[in-house]
Write a protein that binds this ligand. Structure first.
Ligand code: FAD
Length: 459
């Protein structure tokens, strides 16, 4: 590859804080708010102009992982409950009690944006929007700062503890710390996807809605559309004047801009194929329109390597740990890494691809079958504090979907309710370790668990 020498350049230090959180998604905003509430000076860096990550830019809904496996008892409360209640007061989510009766927390992404702005402001979190974390400053293995890029150019933000909540473990990767990428077999991560909202169609009876989805499924079977399901009338949306569909799929690597670009183009093309077909073939959809589409959204990319990696066995057996700092209940939900669509859905023993998939041919003896994916009913697994640490960088915590986990383990722990619980733990750990003057790895985890519990979290 052709290379060009860029440096050397002087880079100004524009800010410093006790805790620098990189990425403002479910794993990041929660870490920033928790650390600030426990007395740390916090900077949160986010490349978008708002918080929420895939919950807002990705239109991902509902928030999963708030209740025990296939049950209605809460396993995550704390900040998640507080955020839900704030959104409820704005008409942007159900009440907490209502949410417990549903499989996920429906919400309005615009309500989430303003709630997060307000919570950060109240906690004293300093926000850097429209800013990318592009590199790190290190002394030996200790992080001293992150290099950022925004319209002002290249700058440095210094800190004492850093939280990698970029989803893609950008900070750990730039620091040269060990990370994994996708499944070990071929490095492929779970397929990307996107959400889209449709509006402008006539009211439908349940029977008619099922009939129309069946028509779409038939077209998928003929190869007209490349979706992995036909639930385009799925009312994941909080407001009932539009649908919120999660049916697109693209197999690719979300840390390569070229593949992300191809994903954007392909995902939008599929949505518009569907809309054109609906307008022409379904009378109730004559005037339907695309209200909005999300960015191409990664399910998986890099994971930070910590002293413990959460595994698929942990997820499906409901593993418990003495250093547990969060709970999860979502199952081993691996979206075909090749990006194959209907009738292929999950990467499981019963996959319809069978012999035509190289992974299935090599691994099917070891793959999970459909019945083996779930934690025991009414139960949950725990996320150990060790999965938030890096084996190399002593002042780095991972949060959200890029914690230390295997391909199968993160397929469960990646959902947003779990990421918020992990973030609350990461932010609290950062503040407590600074307060106690000890390294992250030496932190008294019993005390961390006590503080999380006093803050309303279930650990
Ligand atoms: C198609 C799809 C459907 C899903 N469905 C559901 C669902 O129904 N329910 C559910 O609960 N979960 C679902 N998930 C999973 C969930 O959305 C994510 O796993 C979760 O949002 C991860 O949170 P996070 O904070 O770790 O990462 P993200 O939500 O990805 O947030 C990362 C944040 O960091 C920012 N960032 C990244 N890199 C940088 C950088 N270098 N500099 C500055 N900022 C940066 C990003 O802009 C973003 O705001 C779905 C995911 C996908 C892709």
């Amino acid at each position: 590859m052709k290379t060009i020498t860029e440096g050397p350049r002087e880079v100004p230090v524009v800010a410093s804080a006790d805790v620098v959180v990189c990425g403002g998604g479910p794993g990041g905003f929660s870490a920033a708010i928790a650390a600030a509430r426990h007395g740390a000076e916090v900077i949160l860096i986010e490349r978008n102009g708002f918080l929420g990550g895939l919950a807002t830019a990705g239109l991902v809904a509902p928030i999963l992982g708030h209740t025990a496996s296939r049950a209605h008892t809460a396993i995550v409360e704390g900040l998640l409950r507080e955020i839900t209640e704030r959104m409820h007061s704005l008409g942007g989510a159900p009440s907490w009690q209502e949410a417990l009766q549903e499989w996920g927390i429906r919400f309005d992404a615009e309500a989430l944006k303003i709630v997060l702005d307000e919570l950060c402001e109240e906690a004293g979190v300093r926000l850097f929007f429209h800013t990318w974390v592009v590199d790190v400053i290190k002394e030996d293995q200790v992080l001293r700062g992150v290099v950022i890029e925004n319209k002002s150019g290249r700058q440095v933000i210094e800190g004492r503890i850093f939280v990698d909540a970029t989803g893609d473990a950008d900070v750990a990767y730039r620091a040269g710390a060990p990370t994994t990428h996708g499944r070990p077999f071929d490095g492929r991560p779970e397929a990307m996807g996107s959400f889209f909202h449709l509006a402008g169609f006539e009211p439908l009876s349940e029977e008619r809605a099922r009939e129309i989805e069946e028509m779409v499924r038939e077209e998928m079977a003929k190869g007209r559309f490349h979706f992995y399901n036909a639930h385009f009338l799925n009312y994941n949306a909080h407001h009932k004047d539009h649908t919120a569909a999660n049916m697109t799929r693209f197999g690719g690597d979300p840390v390569k801009a070229v593949e992300l670009t191809r994903a954007e183009l392909s995902l939008r093309r599929e949505v518009w194929k569907l809309v054109r077909w609906l307008r022409a073939n379904v009378p109730e959809f004559r005037d339907c329109y695309v209200q909005q589409t999300s960015i191409a959204s990664p399910r998986e990319s890099r994971q930070v390597v910590g002293p413990y990696a959460l595994t698929g066995e942990d997820v499906r057996t409901g593993a418990k740990f003495p250093d547990a700092v969060a709970r999860g209940s979502w199952w081993i939900d691996i979206h075909c890494p090749l990006g194959r669509t209907y009738p292929v859905h999950l990467c499981i023993k019963e996959c319809a691809s069978g012999e035509s998939c190289p992974y299935w041919r090599a691994e099917h003896e070891r793959m999970y079958s459909r019945e083996e994916l779930y934690p025991p009913e009414g139960d949950w697994y725990e996320i150990p504090y060790r999965s938030l640490l890096s084996i190399q960088i002593p002042n780095l915590l991972a949060s959200g979907r890029c914690i230390s986990a295997t391909h199968e383990g993160m397929a469960g722990s990646r959902v947003m309710g779990t990421c918020v619980a992990i973030g609350q733990a990461a932010g609290t750990a950062a503040a407590l370790s600074l307060d106690a003057g000890v390294g992250l790895a030496e932190l008294d985890v019993a005390r961390l668990r006590k503080v999380l519990s006093d803050d309303g979290q279930l650990v």
